[in-house]
Design a protein around this ligand. Structure first.
Ligand code: GSH
Length: 214
């Protein structure tokens, strides 16, 4: 498998889930600013919309999967015994997919226009307020002392929350949420997360060397 990643983006969620499962997809780094990659591949062929993550499967069709929630869920579904996602066809899974949709729409995609400073003053405030409300909901969910969002087990949802924690760049004031940041510290202690950051830094360094040599 090949996984297209970009520095400090949602592709980290896929790296974490692959690491949790002991999978080793070939990593290709995409620079979102100059649009180059660490391979000779044209990234727009991998994803015409030019965003990461993209997972290229080893099947006959070389299926290209996009969308963070879909890629992470797909990998977790292939290894259900690891417990990173509830099985399809259960109410637990319906609630889990609801949570993933919430994280994608109310958190991940809300940060992006803020980070890119694309909004009016009113729009910026409105979006930051939405983010604070969404993170507060997660903080409340964690207030019963559970280790992770859906209970005692680390899941795809936790990887996604961590990978899209961009409040420092988007200016969403959430650092008062103590349950939430204790939870983030638990996630950051996981070997899968440390490895994802190390591998990502390695790919960025390799990319910079390639550019310097060009
Ligand atoms: N709907 C996609 C969005 C992915 C996305 O926003 N990717 C960002 C990084 S987190 C990206 O690649 N941006 C590059 C660009 O827009 O040029 C998903 O949830 O995976």
């Amino acid at each position: 498998m090949k996984l297209y990643i970009a520095q400090a983006t949602c592709s980290l969620a896929v790296q974490v889930i692959a690491n949790e499962l002991g999978l080793n997809p070939e990593l290709i780094h995409y620079d979102v600013f100059d649009k180059s990659t660490t391979s000779s591949d044209d990234f727009t062929k991998a994803n015409p919309l030019s965003y990461v993550p993209v997972l290229v499967l080893d099947d006959e069709d070389q299926t290209h999967l996009t969308e963070t929630t879909i890629i992470t869920s797909y990998l977790a579904d292939q290894h259900l015994a690891a417990g990173l996602i509830p099985p399809h066809g259960t109410m637990e899974r319906v609630k889990f997919d609801k949570l993933l949709t919430f994280l994608a729409t109310e958190i991940a995609q809300k940060h992006i226009p803020l980070m890119r400073k694309l909004q009016t003053e009113f729009g910026t405030q409105w979006t930051r307020d939405k983010l604070v409300a969404a993170y507060t909901q997660l903080d409340e969910q964690l207030s019963d002392g559970r280790a992770y969002l859906t209970g005692e087990k680390f899941t795809v949802a936790d990887a996604y929350v961590w990978a899209t924690l961009w409040h420092e760049r988007s200016g969403a004031p959430i650092t008062h949420l103590r349950n939430f940041f204790d939870y983030i510290a638990r996630i950051e202690a996981r070997p899968s997360v440390k490895k994802a950051l190390k591998d990502e830094a390695g790919m960025v360094a390799q990319h910079n060397e390639l550019k310097a040599a060009a």
